[in-house]
Design a protein around this ligand. Sequence first.
Ligand SMILES: Nc1ncnc2c1ncn2[C@@H]1O[C@H](COP(=O)(O)OP(=O)(O)OP(=O)(O)O)[C@@H](O)[C@H]1O
Ligand SMILES: O=C(CO)[C@H](O)[C@H](O)COP(=O)(O)O
Length: 404
Amino acid sequence: MAICTVYTGRSLNPTPSISTPTKTHLGFHQKQVVFYSTCKKTARRGGGTITCSAETKTVVIGLAADSGCGKSTFMRRLTSVFGGAAEPPKGGNPDSNTLISDMTTVICLDDYHSLDRTGRKEKGVTALDPRANDFDLMYEQVKAIKDGVAVEKPIYNHVTGLLDPPELIKPPKILVIEGLHPMYDGRVRDLLDFSIYLDISNEVKFAWKIQRDMAERGHSLESIKASIEARKPDFDAYIDPQKQYADAVIEVLPTQLIPDDNEGKVLRVRLIMKEGVKFFNPVYLFDEGSTISWIPCGRKLTCSYPGIKFSYGPDAYFGHEVSVLEMDGQFDRLDELIYVESHLSNISTKFYGEVTQQMLKHGDFPGSNNGTGLFQTIVGLKIRDLFEQIVASKAAAPLEATKA
Ligand SMILES: Nc1ncnc2c1ncn2[C@@H]1O[C@H](COP(=O)(O)OP(=O)(O)OP(=O)(O)O)[C@@H](O)[C@H]1O
Ligand SMILES: O=C(CO)[C@H](O)[C@H](O)COP(=O)(O)O
């Protein structure tokens, strides 16, 4: 059972005001904080507290990656698994970074930048530097949401480079915190029910950056190179080390199927899954725990050059026992993915072909023809499964307690 602090005399659903920012030791605007009871109707009051069934607590997922490494694309795949469209808060700041759907709220940790663009320039620090971020506030607010308490979260405006007035975030069923530092601060890390790191190799990151920032945003090749170089020391110091804490890592590397490939179009993608994580059973190919190499091209899967190769097996990652599923190459026909799907186990689908259906539904998302899209979709299904198991275990807990 969870204990929620009661703030009597407050409506459970008041319209918040964001006009009087009153900074407190917690960092957020206490006057404006709205407390939402997550307690069931059967909850009993007593002595200034309400005892609540913990089953309604928010499940918190962390997604870490550098900028331009596919976090938004992954989020779109994840929210789609839960159904419903993810949209910015209605009637709010048009530059909000938050996405809300029926089940999920995705908040971007850029909103916890403590220095705006000018401030960072003046102090000579990048956004990746912990000194440019407010981890105390991040911790207080993620913890509050996890405990069923709504918060007034700041907004970092990427258009103006300024910190805008805060927006109200109510506790969702699933909170995803995505950005540069979800696993950097030990207190925030401990709040995560599951964590993912998108590990994009430098070669591939460069190719994606060029694709987006040159083709879509008109930046020059030199400025893209300079921006990557400027961020690299802080990326190596503060972002990359977080992968050791992740429950699942999606590693994206150049292909090994084309000797000395430097185009970066064909990718080798590895899904590294930690063993022993509660409510998470790693995916396997053919035979759990064995070492497998599989080239599925032939009668049932069309493959043009350079083909497709899957590998699976046990390994070690930062001293942890892991299972690794790897796909090198790309699909010619997405509808044939069902053939691959039918050879994978523990993928947490609700019906035969669900992975293929999700991939076909979002065939226009980047990475839909390779392991990035496939593994992001599978991790999305694993998160749904994890969420359902957490809810089921919490619902069962009071029953167990009654029996005892
Ligand atoms: N799996 C992929 N395959 C190929 N290109 C990709 C893939 N994922 C992302 N990209 C490229 O990278 C760009 C950035 O992707 P996305 O917006 O999802 O990343 P992000 O981490 O959310 O970025 P930011 O933090 O800068 O907003 C896309 O426009 C696309 O060009
Ligand atoms: O690393 C980043 C995460 O998205 C951004 O560069 C950081 O948030 C700063 O944003 P901007 O460049 O818009 O001022």
